[in-house]
Design a protein around this ligand. Structure first.
Ligand code: C2E
Ligand code: CA
Ligand code: CA
Ligand code: CA
Length: 279
């Protein structure tokens, strides 16, 4: 679908044609990327707010484009979602995370839990829970130490279906975090009904908290709200020591962001975990 296609002739012309052609080319190259195994997962550590110890890793997809280098997900996730390819790539990501963990274990490191991002479109599939069950089974049936991150904005649509699916997933031993929390429209009543384990405070609040009293209040309120509902809180996009200081003061459970580490390519994870265990 072309952006602005509904706006009539105004946007039609050579430029529009070029845009459509470019999108089609990218779409085909993404299909090839999956076949040629060009997607990779990078891993960003999360640390305990109080102790600074590594508590988990978030898997973030990249495309190793042989022609253009490493491509960030912001460029291609929307296309994967529009074309439905996200279903295959999403299933791949869960399998890949489990496979990477197995590899690290062989290299002598017992990895912490790994969180995988899940798109709205995946969760909406009737067979989503089965696909997660299969991925776990395919990995020697070992204890699932993979968690899922799902953005807040989509959780509230088809709420009853989502509650059922999320409980089944938790029944498999996975934890669930609501991603980008604070940017969607969850009502407090719904929040208490959702079978989730953690809230991830959106980076936009962390960015502005030190300079804007309102953001500071929102951050501290989300943390107390989560704790009173028995949920864990993770702050994303922590870049400055000052932000970390306030988050620790508010008893935020886990911190994640460039201050701690950038997302690491898979071959740097074992070294990072070794160093962090040693210190
Ligand atoms: P997200 O889940 O909210 O992930 C956090 C994003 O913020 C990541 O961008 C991460 O690299 C970046 N980030 C982390 N710490 C900092 C920081 O301190 N400062 C700044 N400026 N940025 C920071 P990335 O890797 O480009 O991913 C963007 C989005 O793409 C993710 O947002 C997620 O929604 C989506 N995504 C990534 N991997 C997957 C995947 O496997 N499946 C799906 N469905 N979506 C994915
Ligand atoms: Ca995420
Ligand atoms: Ca997020
Ligand atoms: Ca975010």
């Amino acid at each position: 679908k072309a952006k602005g296609a509904g706006l009539g002739f105004l946007f039609y012309g050579p430029e529009m044609n070029a845009l459509i052609a470019e999108t089609l080319i990218l779409e085909n190259r993404l299909r090839q990327a999956l076949e040629r195994d060009e997607f990779v997962l990078y891993y960003q550590p999360k640390t305990n707010g109080a102790s600074g110890r590594v508590t988990g890793l978030e898997a973030l997809i990249r495309w190793n484009d042989p022609e253009g280098g490493v491509v960030q997900p912001g460029v291609f996730i929307p296309i994967l979602e529009e074309t439905g390819m996200i279903l295959e790539v999403g299933a791949w990501a869960i399998r890949k995370a489990l496979a990477d963990m197995q590899k690290w274990r062989i290299e002598g490191i017992d990895p912490p839990r790994v969180a995988v991002n899940v798109s709205a479109i995946q969760l909406q599939q009737k067979d989503f829970v089965d696909s997660v069950r299969l991925a776990i089974k395919a990995c020697n049936g070992e204890a699932p130490s993979v968690d899922l991150e799902i953005t807040e904005s989509m959780l509230m649509t088809d709420l009853d279906d989502n509650i059922l699916r999320l409980s089944e997933i938790r029944g498999l031993g996975l934890d669930i975090a609501i991603d980008d929390f604070g940017t969607g429209y969850s009502s407090l009543g719904y929040l208490s009904k959702l079978p989730v384990n953690a809230l991830k405070i959106d980076k936009s609040f962390i960015d502005t908290m030190a300079a804007t009293p309102e953001s500071m209040t929102i951050v501290s309120t989300i943390i107390s709200l989560a704790h009173s509902l028995g949920l864990k809180v993770i702050a994303e996009g922590v870049e400055k020591e000052e932000q970390a200081k306030f988050l620790r003061l508010f008893r935020c459970n886990e911190l994640q962001g460039y201050l701690i580490s950038q997302p690491l390519p898979p071959d740097e994870v074992v070294g990072y975990l070794r160093d962090s265990l040693a210190s």
